[in-house]
Design a protein around this ligand. Structure first.
Ligand code: NAD
Length: 293
């Protein structure tokens, strides 16, 4: 068996088109233009690229993009003041503080300052709580993108055995919660899991979010399973050049899985598209209007 490749790029492009259509409707019918504010502290080149891409995609979808660049020695108090200003700004419906923040700033304190209804990253404890209790909060972008691709691929996920490898607050835990909400039987594996191969081997769905290149071996995968690889790892090749690989050993996994996301071009492109989707949802909720279908 050779797996079908889940094309995250195409999926994200379709989602972005759908968002742009909804934004046009919101403008025409309600005069509402969703606005996303991104705050970047410091000059980390990878974060700068992410922020630039978010800005470009936001504008391309017809939304307002607000960008705030702060020096890496900004105080926690000044950053929190900026977040509070954005909380009070009616043109801003979504606020994203690019992580990681410099060591002298308490990330949790900054995230908890974001108004939960504007927390389009879904990292605020109120939103984690709503996800865990089945409420209508903001859901973290990467796991939400993964569940959308899984449902598109498989239809109902009810009753399937799923493993999430990794238990971070931003990917692993919300991913597991979303799978549970879809009535999967969910295992969360992590660095202390005793027999990862065996846990992976009995799973119909494997989501790998670890950050260890090709940790999940292809021959662990159950025949026909659906594999979502969240990992993005840059490794050096024999010729000294570098390339991106996921947390799953793709070349061997593709021979056993039913469907698999590649790296790059799988989960990665979905994250920004879902961020835009969350911003539209947030704008509609704040304006008290139904999201266009
Ligand atoms: P993290 O470092 O916060 O968490 C990693 C998790 O993996 C931890 O819970 C740890 O217990 C687990 N782990 C570590 N070693 C393990 C092992 N040997 N066996 C089993 N579990 C192990 O990472 P994160 O922020 O969740 O990100 C994970 C990966 O996903 C990274 O490669 C990151 O770059 C990528 N990522 C991609 C996107 C995207 O848009 N595609 C978004 C977020 C993160």
């Amino acid at each position: 068996m050779t797996a079908s490749i889940i094309d995250g790029k195409a999926f994200a492009a379709n989602l972005k088109e759908e968002i742009a259509r909804k934004v046009r409707i919101l403008k025409e019918l309600h005069g509402l233009i969703p606005g996303l504010a991104v705050v970047l502290v410091g000059e980390d080149p990878a974060s700068q690229v992410y922020v630039r891409n978010k800005n470009k995609s936001t504008i391309a979808a017809g939304m307002n993009s607000f960008e705030y660049l702060m020096k890496d020695d900004v105080s926690e108090a000044d950053l929190i003041t900026k977040v509070k200003e954005l909380n009070d700004d009616p043109a801003v419906h979504g606020i994203l503080v690019q992580l990681p923040l410099p060591k002298h700033i308490n990330e949790a304190a900054v995230i908890e300052t974001i108004a939960p209804e504007k927390d389009v990253d879904g990292f605020h404890v109120i939103n984690s709580g709503l996800l865990a209790t089945g409420g209508d909060g903001m859901v973290p972008c990467t796991p939400l993108g993964c569940i959308m691709m899984l449902k598109d691929q498989l239809g109902s996920l009810s009753g399937l055995d799923a493993v999430v490898v990794g238990r971070s607050n931003i990917v692993g835990k919300p991913m597991a919660q979303l799978l549970l909400n879809e009535s999967c039987t969910v295992t969360i594996a992590h660095s202390r899991t005793r027999n990862l191969a065996e846990v992976v081997g009995r799973s119909d769905i494997v989501v790998a979010a670890v950050g260890v290149p090709e940790l999940v071996k292809g021959d662990w995968i159950k025949e026909g399973a659906t594999v979502i690889d969240v990992g993005i790892n840059r490794i050096e090749k024999d010729d000294g050049k570098t390339k991106l690989v996921g947390d799953v050993e793709f070349d061997s996994a593709v021979l056993r899985a039913g469907a698999i996301t590649p790296v790059p071009g799988g989960v990665g492109p979905m994250t920004i598209a879902v961020l835009l989707k969350n911003t539209v949802t947030a704008a509609c909720r704040q304006a008290g209007i139904d999201e266009p279908t």
